[in-house]
Ligand binder design. Structure first.
Ligand code: AMP
Length: 215
């Protein structure tokens, strides 16, 4: 099963992808995570991407498309994958179509997590993750059960993304509106876009996605 998650930053794409990854044994491909790994090891790609990411701008289509092409060809993607954070522009959506045709693959569902923009800034700026297992938390809506201890793995170290600061979030939302929202009609026309109310609690969003995928 191959799935695309669309939605603004903070809509819950990462949280829901992690659930689907476990449930269906398919891999999450997060272009943001891949870029952060490149930045962390100071690679050429990381050096090109860092300033853009820090300012909330999108990285070039060519770079991202090349990254996805390599990633999808890897063995662990054969059973299926979840695209989280890609495509983000019309050029990326079109390149993905061509790539899938050449690989003989198709997309089974495009899930759009719809969330009102006015709640996103609070959601994103309160977000933090466990360093050890990557579980995502929020200061207000989803803190760990025991303060400072990860519910999932017992880890004690947490981190916040540099681009989750309020100033950068404003720019990321602008980029979403300008470049990413316009690709929704592209998938709507293909008849494979399913809109989920991303403002429900995470487990209700999960249940809605599960029910849809069972159909
Ligand atoms: P994310 O973790 O998906 O919010 O991505 C973090 C940052 O990585 C974005 O603000 C962009 O700077 C960059 N990025 C991630 N995915 C893409 C993409 N598909 N196209 C362009 N830039 C991306």
């Amino acid at each position: 099963m191959n799935i695309i998650f669309l939605g603004p930053p903070g809509a819950g794409k990462g949280t829901q992808s992690r659930f689907l990854e476990k449930k269906y044994g398919i891999v999450q491909i997060s272009t943001g995570d891949m870029l952060r790994a490149e930045v962390a090891c100071n690679s050429d790609i990381g050096k090109q991407a860092k300033a853009l990411m820090d300012s909330g701008k999108l990285v070039s289509d060519d770079l991202i498309i090349a990254m996805i092409k390599n990633r999808i060809a890897q063995k662990d993607c054969q059973k299926g994958f979840i695209l989280d954070g890609f495509p983000r522009t019309e050029a990326q959506a079109e390149a993905l179509d061509r790539l899938l045709v050449s690989e003989g693959k198709t997309i089974d569902a495009v899930l759009f997590l719809n969330v009102d923009e006015d709640i996103l800034a609070d959601r994103i700026s309160g977000r933090f993750t466990c360093v050890q297992c990557g579980k995502i938390y929020n200061d207000i809506s989803n803190p760990p059960r025991v303060d400072g201890v990860c519910d999932a793995c017992g880890g004690h170290e947490f981190q916040r993304r540099a681009d989750d600061k309020r100033e950068t979030v404003v720019e990321r939302l602008k980029e979403y509106r300008r470049s990413t929202a316009p690709i929704l009609p592209f998938y709507e026309k293909k008849g494979c876009l399913y809109t989920v109310n991303g403002m429900l609690p995470a487990d209700e969003v999960t249940a809605e996605i599960e029910a849809f995928l069972k159909k």
